[in-house]
Design a protein around this ligand. Structure first.
Ligand SMILES: Cc1ncc(COP(=O)(O)O)c(C=O)c1O
Length: 426
């Protein structure tokens, strides 16, 4: 069959874009050749509704093994008793947990979306906000950090059935122990969405969410450096003291309820090629090389945020404990929007995303902030010294936002810097 050059030429162009630029989007990463190979394998041809050993289709004897390996590896990585690796994405994993734990219009609590929370934690345009009743906790304006006393006040007042910790744009560690104490006071379920810092948590560089949360969700493609996807974990399976039921009204263990919420609750056939790629990525994440990598991700982020501060930028909360930071542009450039910063930096082959900052005076479409992170550039082998250079290049562009000469000069330096760096780590 003739090669579809219309599409494959574009894939080649995207490969060139990724290779020649500096990727600072905190939620992105570059997977290994092995992860890529598993994703592009014949496993995409297989239907496998159900779970290993209990499928609705014949011929699942091989994918039963790849899926079981993925489950065992992720359990080992997090020291967890139970896992479901089928969610197609992080949002799907969250949707399955909400379907398990809540009835329509039940109250749940998550971080304010304008303060770094995620759409699937209660946005009015997401199923979480359409079907259920979200209430929010927030960060303090003065410190940019979560005030757990105030979180407790909201919890005691609103009595949510489920509390969600975790965020898309929060650079500090989470006090999971304190959150569990708050949840226990009102007999709520605590869910930790560790989509962003999963790799740091897995390798012991941040507080252990698995120890304190009843349920954990995560994406697999951010710091975990796997294929696009999601999963659900439990440190310990529960007998379900909350009396949660299946749609037929049967009270079952949490693991059974979560499994049936993923399939058939919200999904059909699992993506077995992606699940095999997850298994490969989890295997990599268990290695010493990955520990070195994720340790460097954190070091790079700390150097990067300090360099921003040294150049006069306001980093929300003053720094970072993880792989990302949120920058309020208003301190250094009162008239510069996140949108213009994003669009101009792209011209210099530096990719970031505009982001609301807490108590933002602008809309989500313009924003006063940008979010940057180090997972992708660390995969490409960049170290502390490179972080200084990158922030200086970024600052050069933002300080000369209308100057095409500067943008062109920075772009050349960016392309030069990345020209010797392989895209794939392994
Ligand atoms: C905290 C958090 N949860 C969930 C998601 C959703 O993941 P996905 O895009 O895979 O649905 C994201 C994605 O950015 C996230 O940051």
């Amino acid at each position: 069959m003739k090669r579809d050059s219309q599409i494959f030429d574009l894939i080649q162009a995207e490969c060139q874009r990724q290779t020649s630029g500096i990727e600072l989007i905190a939620s992105e990463n570059f997977v290994s050749n092995s992860v890529m190979e598993a994703m592009g394998s014949v496993l995409t041809n297989k239907y496998a509704e159900g779970y290993p050993g209990k499928r609705y289709y014949g011929g699942c004897q091989i994918v039963d093994q790849t899926e079981s390996i993925a489950i065992e590896r992720i359990k080992t990585l997090f020291g967890a008793e139970w896992a479901n690796v089928q969610p197609h994405s992080g949002a799907q994993a969250n949707m399955a947990v909400l379907l398990t734990c809540l009835k329509p219009r039940d109250v749940f609590m998550g971080l304010d979306l304008a303060h770094g929370g995620h759409l699937s934690h209660g946005s009015p345009v997401n199923s979480s906000g359409i079907l259920y009743k979200p209430v929010a906790y927030s960060v303090e304006e003065a410190t940019g950090t979560i005030n757990y006393d105030k979180m407790e006040e909201v919890a005691l007042r609103e009595r949510p059935k489920l509390i969600i910790g975790g965020a898309s744009a929060y650079s500090r560690d989470w006090d999971w122990k304190r959150m569990r104490e708050i949840a226990d006071k009102i007999n709520a379920i605590l869910m930790g969405d560790i989509s962003h810092p999963a790799g740091l948590i897995a390798r012991g560089l941040l507080n252990n969410a698995v120890q304190y949360c009843h349920i954990i969700t995560t994406t697999t493609h951010k710091t975990l450096r796997g294929p696009r996807g999601g999963l659900i974990l439990m440190g310990k399976d529960f007998e379900n003291p909350w009396g949660l039921t299946t749609p037929k009204g049967e009270i079952k263990k949490m693991s059974q309820l979560l499994d049936s919420a993923v399939f058939p609750g919200i999904q059909g056939g699992p993506l077995e090629h992606v699940i095999a790629a997850k298994a490969v990525a989890f295997g990599e994440a268990l290695s010493d090389d990955y520990l070195n990598y994720i340790t460097q991700v954190k070091k790079n982020a700390q150097v990067m945020s300090q360099t921003f501060v040294d150049l006069g930028y306001k980093v929300i909360s003053g720094g970072t404990d993880n792989h990302l930071m949120l920058i309020d542009l208003r301190q250094k450039f009162p008239n510069l929007t996140g949108k213009l910063a994003e669009n101009t930096l792209v011209q210099a082959d530096i990719t970031i995303n505009k982001n609301m900052v807490p108590f933002d005076s602008r809309t989500p479409f313009t924003t006063s902030g940008i979010r940057v992170g180090t997972p992708a550039i660390t995969t490409r082998g960049l170290k502390e010294n490179d972080m200084h250079l990158i922030v200086e290049l970024l600052d050069d562009v933002l300080s000369h936002i209308d100057d095409t000469n500067t943008i062109e000069k920075v772009k050349k330096k960016v392309n030069q810097m990345m020209s010797t760096r392989k895209l794939f780590a392994w």
